[in-house]
Design a protein around this ligand. Structure first.
Ligand code: CA
Ligand code: CA
Ligand code: CA
Ligand code: CA
Length: 328
């Protein structure tokens, strides 16, 4: 019953936007100031949860100015906690403030932080990100807001895995240390302080076939799932403050733009149709929604579920063009 009523609510939402399936335009662009708080919640009282904030407002600049706040001077209750920062190289920002109409991606890094720099061992530790808007009217207007995990093989974070990333890996090859860029994996799949064959294996996998992670609509997660975006459990030994996952928050990607070329058209539809009710892969790009407004997965196989929820969100985006905000 619950499922049915949520599905109906989803359909009502589509109707409320004034879009008829496969056609029509929506209101006008209204970029507006925004504040987003992101809590990295480890769902466990032994760890301090940390957060970072993103602001879009007037009178500020990128990449870094006086309205930003760097990560640091942290006070721990239990010596250990989560860490989330926005990276504007070389800065690690706790509060990242940008211009009103900023469209630049926000690169988020997740790690664990132990007060004295010791490694941390975790077993089946649940964790999640929790997004919330704060301040009346600070909602980023109607800019799209999406979140997607990035392949760690993209060492220079430019969106591609290629020779430039390999050059960075090669530069660290054979080295040992806690902050090596090339240390992206280890025996149990996480950074281990050495750059060796484990890292090369992980990297070559990413170079041949870039890992694609689901795209989350932050507004949908906020509206239908209390802002929560679940993360995979943590298992293994984690180096303090060594990022184990990168995420990118974007304001210039439409959820239904599956091939990420700025507009939603037949090419996206054919990608979408290819995944329709095809429960065979855990990361199909057409899995853009679900019962709770976020991509959903089969609880047994772990595979992506692509059904009416995804079709609803895909239809909402039909024929929109990110460069023509009057179509959003
Ligand atoms: Ca790259
Ligand atoms: Ca390694
Ligand atoms: Ca497209
Ligand atoms: Ca789905």
């Amino acid at each position: 019953m619950k499922e049915k009523s949520k599905f109906r609510k989803g359909l009502e939402r589509i109707l409320a936007t004034g879009i008829v399936l496969f056609g029509g335009l929506v209101g006008s662009a209204n970029a507006s100031q925004g504040r987003l708080k992101i809590i990295y919640d480890m769902n466990n009282s032994s760890y301090d949860n940390y957060w970072c904030k993103l602001n879009h407002t007037t009178g500020t600049e990128e990449p870094n100015d006086v309205s930003d706040v760097s990560y640091g001077n942290r006070i721990f209750a239990n010596n250990k906690g989560s860490k989330i920062v926005s990276i504007i190289d070389p800065y690690e920002l706790q509060i990242d403030t940008r211009g009103l109409n900023s469209n630049t991606p926000v690169n988020l890094e997740l790690s664990l932080h132990e007060e004295y720099g010791n490694d941390m061992y975790l077993s089946n530790q649940e964790n999640s990100l929790k997004f919330s808007f704060f301040g009346t009217g600070w909602d980023f207007g109607n800019q799209p807001i999406t979140l997607q995990q990035q392949d760690l093989s993209d060492l220079n974070k430019d969106g591609d895995v290629d020779f430039y990333d390999f050059a960075m890996l090669a530069n660290d090859y054979g080295k040992t240390g806690n902050a090596l860029a090339g240390d992206i994996s280890g025996a149990d799949g996480i950074s281990d302080g050495n750059v060796d064959f484990h890292d090369v294996a992980y990297f070559s996998e990413g170079w041949l076939n870039k890992r694609v992670y689901p795209v989350y609509d932050v507004r949908d997660a906020n509206e239908l799932n209390n802002g929560i975006i679940p993360l995979p459990d943590l298992n293994g030994t984690y180096i303090s403050e060594k990022p184990y996952a990168n995420f990118q928050l974007r304001f210039d990607r439409l959820l239904a733009d599956l091939n990420d070329n700025g507009k939603v058209d037949n090419r996206d539809y054919s990608l979408f149709a290819n995944g329709w009710h095809n429960d065979s892969s855990n990361n199909h790009i057409g899995n853009i929604s679900g019962l709770n407004g976020i991509p959903d997965f089969n609880s047994v196989s772990g595979n992506a579920i692509i059904d009416g929820y995804d079709l609803g969100r895909f239809s909402e985006g039909w024929l929109r063009d990110v460069n023509e905000p009057n179509t959003w």
